[in-house]
Design a protein. Structure first.
Lengths: 239, 298, 298, 239
């Protein structure tokens, strides 16, 4: 997952992530240490810009992030999220749908939620990031649904937004992208089959003829990951 | 005449500045810098909170007040425990309707306080945020006006000015000139927007310390009404650069809030008189040392 | 691959980032932290400024560009020399109509940039500011909308996003992570609001220096496009904690702007090639020492 | 002048001043060292809160102000000016009128100014300060006029404002206050006569029967002034 996320980032991009983001933090740092030395990444609530991540913490607001190039106050981070500076936003949700919308409000009807979610936090800013990458620690029919009950972060919706939308989805099973604004399988992680993915997805995923295998980390990437994350914070995140 | 100091006891601060039925702001974000010593005292004094205002990501600071049955409604951008899971008191009270949730998002949390801090009647939002479900779920706090320069519709949020806010800083002098030693989160805007401010600190420093680094003082004393000297007062959350969060304790908290939360409250809140007693109950010097001993990269 | 550094020559920075006909922001306030090395280069390259944006109190940073005949219009909250008197180029060009003045005030300067920084279409003002002559004199930039929560009229200002801003910080690393060693004035909001930023600094520090004090870094490098290493680059204004303003020189400047300003420009701007040459012309090491030698209370 | 200004401040008040303010800075510090230890004063553009003023600088943005309890960023100072926290605002102008309005825009007609002033800066916030104190370095018929050409800071105007208005005016000649929203002579500085004041005022000043003498500084006040301002920055301000 880390490798797929890291390779989804380009040099000179500005990348931002929110809560529960050991995985995108690690991916961003690995990208920076390999193919994207001019990447800037911002760890949400802490405001840490380009933290060295030695070691990678579990919490996005941890003071281990303070060894960084700047601790940018959160209100200023939010201002930045509204500016065209952000190239990539990492997103997720209780529910993710075929068009890439994410939901953290809850599951059920308004006023009669079966599951009250934590709340939408920064996901509404997906409408303004150049593009966004969805990552999910689980892949099953409960979280990959035909249509989200509530839109916290808009994917390809009917209304026009500034963002070009979601570009990639990474789960413990596979990597997906979008074709005509609908989710499409792109590559399978080792030992995962197309059937395992379709069985665990609550909608008809586009399955192209040339589904590849998700590339494995290089020796260099592995070395960085092990050094940055000796505690296994990123691995622990995956259910 | 002598200058008056603002350091007082937590019981006196809560009695004087937290009124029944108030709009209460609580600082900190996720499991960091939650001013728990003051929040526990609010629970002991059973102060009823009309409306709770938090940073974009609230944690036990909100969940514990809710679990104690004291909160009528909350502006909710996020209440949870990040990698440790959902906030179960919040879930229970929200799902059952005992807690009224005013649905919001990070933009609301930030700009409503900034509007309050600047005495603006409302605060516009950047374009795009009208596309989510949030403004539709909360038409009381999100409303549309016209951009007077283009005539276009613009979504706005209500400005928020808490009656009193509870914020944790690492250091302050006796007059309230204070320093955040790590992340500031949205605490500074909360302080600016609030009518009264109770500041919980790890340590009270001499005024001379402040004078030597004036351009690194984050909060001028005139904004602070009471200072609570509470070392380890954020437990079970972290205080940046002082100690980390107590993961074992937070897991015990989450387990209790799944089962019978009153057991937790009896043991750690109602049964406790002073900050020193609390530190004993959570594990004393051994626990404190454990939370402080870390590989610190800075 | 290696990370790219952003330190470049002042001539290259102005060529690349200051376009003819741009909206230009200039930082600093009164006779402090004016980024004069860059401003002198703008005059040498005769870049025409469509609209000048300043802090609430502009000084020679605005007056010199105006005196060089390069400025079409200015958002004016204040242009002057505080205890040394009025800004005479500004007066002359404004009174003769050669300079268009968009009348404004401190609230406009602050909130128009904050609106720009937050990508808001406009920024409301607190009630009361509609009672002065300023909004009546400038109905282009002050307009009224409805508070969507109460239906009341609210005066608003236009948001401002300069095409490029010229700001002075005391320190930055080669990637633009920068520190204000004294007052920040409104420079930080100007940086946030601007499309491009040229940062003039007293000294370039190692990245390791920045990593050790990350929570005291005022500007993250991603907001900065070019860094100009210009010791004494604020002269004749002050750079906080580095040197004070040159009162004798400012008096010579004011005298020249009363009589024939081209004499001043020829001597100190057009006739100069490098920052080192400039430092020689203003009095060399002796002058520098004099401006640095002070009873410093911090 | 310093003594009159200092005694116009009460303990626990929050006081703010803008450009060209050596005089109110010194007055505030003297007040703090004598009868008002809990006074807070903020030096405008610098953002210095409670600077020790050793020594008093000429410029309101000087780095000599950095020995203070906080350097509050200017945008935050402006936010504060809009809040009810500010008790006293120090004001001045090119023109000051009988109702206490101040003008820094200029003199003449809009579009045809005979004198282009520097601009209004923070004076519009006079509408929001609990009260304000006007100080002027000169007292003549050119700056004390019946009605200002432009309102930069509103005195007692027809529109309702949050402020209770101007409470005191201090000039090199006298101290004035207001009766029924019009300026009134209160006390004369040593060696100044009522005639000197009326001749130098461009409108009919209210002259009560009991015009007093402006109190002289006490020994204690004098001692503080001499220690804080050995260069005479405050004295140099007065024309």
């Amino acid at each position: 997952m880390v490798t797929a996320l890291a390779r989804g980032l380009k040099d000179k991009e500005v990348v931002i992530m929110g809560a529960f983001s050991a995985l995108p933090m690690l991916a961003s740092r690995v990208a920076q240490l390999t193919h994207a030395p001019n990447l800037t990444f911002i760890c949400g609530g802490s405001g840490a810009v380009n933290p060295v991540l030695e070691p990678l913490p579990y919490s996005s607001c941890d003071d281990r992030l303070l060894k960084a190039e700047c601790i940018y106050p959160l209100p200023d981070v939010i201002d930045l999220e509204a500016r065209p500076e952000i190239d990539v936003f990492f997103a997720g949700g209780l529910q993710i749908d075929a068009k890439g919308s994410c939901n953290l409000v809850g599951i059920g009807e308004p006023g009669q939620l079966k599951l009250r979610g934590p709340g939408s936090v920064g996901l509404p800013f997906l409408s303004r990031a150049r593009r966004f990458i969805i990552y999910s620690m689980a892949h099953n029919t409960r979280n990959f649904v035909p249509e989200v009950d509530f839109i916290s972060g808009p994917g390809f919706i009917d209304q026009e937004v500034l963002s070009s939308g979601p570009s990639m989805v990474v789960t413990p099973l596979c990597v997906m992208d979008f074709e005509n604004k609908k989710m499409r399988l792109k590559s399978l992680h080792p030992r995962v089959t197309v059937e395992m993915v379709t069985e665990n997805t609550g909608f008809d995923l586009i399955i192209p003829s040339d589904v590849g295998e998700t590339p494995l980390p290089t020796q260099e990437e592995l070395m960085h990951m092990r050094r940055i994350d000796p505690m296994g914070a990123a691995r622990d995140s995956v259910q | 005449m002598a200058r008056e100091e603002k350091v007082i006891g937590v019981d006196e601060a809560v009695e004087r500045f937290v009124q029944d039925g108030c709009v209460l702001g609580v600082g900190g974000m996720h499991m960091h810098n939650n001013a728990m010593a003051v929040i526990r005292e609010i629970i002991r004094q059973k102060k009823r909170i009309k409306r709770l205002v938090t940073s974009p990501s609230a944690c036990t600071n909100a969940d514990m007040l809710i679990g104690a049955g004291l909160v009528e409604e909350i502006y909710c951008s996020y209440v949870g425990f990040e990698h440790l899971g959902l906030a179960l008191n919040f879930r229970k009270f929200a799902e059952s309707g005992q807690l009224r949730v005013r649905e919001c998002d990070e933009a609301f949390s930030v700009y409503s306080l900034r509007g309050g801090a600047s005495s603006l009647p409302f605060h516009p939002l950047p374009k795009g945020l009208e596309t989510t479900s949030v403004p539709k779920l909360n038409q009381e706090d999100y409303k549309v006006t016209k951009d007077p320069f283009t005539g276009e519709d613009v979504l706005c949020v209500r400005s928020v000015q808490p009656d009193v806010s509870i914020v944790h800083c690492q250091k302050a002098d006796a007059y309230g000139n204070a320093i955040f030693e790590g992340s500031k989160f949205t605490d500074f805007d909360m302080i600016k927007a609030s009518d009264k401010v109770i500041l919980q600190v790890e340590e009270v420093v001499p005024n001379e310390y402040v004078l030597q680094k004036s351009h690194r003082i984050d909060v001028p004393g005139m904004l602070v009404d009471a200072i609570i000297d509470a070392p380890f007062g954020c437990h079970p959350t972290a205080s940046h650069k002082y100690y980390t969060y107590d993961e074992d304790h937070l897991k015990e908290y989450l387990k209790a809030s799944k089962e019978d939360f009153s057991v937790y409250l009896d043991k750690y809140v109602y049964g406790i008189k002073t900050n020193e007693d609390y530190l004993e109950v959570i594990g004393g010097r051994e626990k404190a040392t454990q939370l402080m001993e870390r590989d610190i990269p800075w």
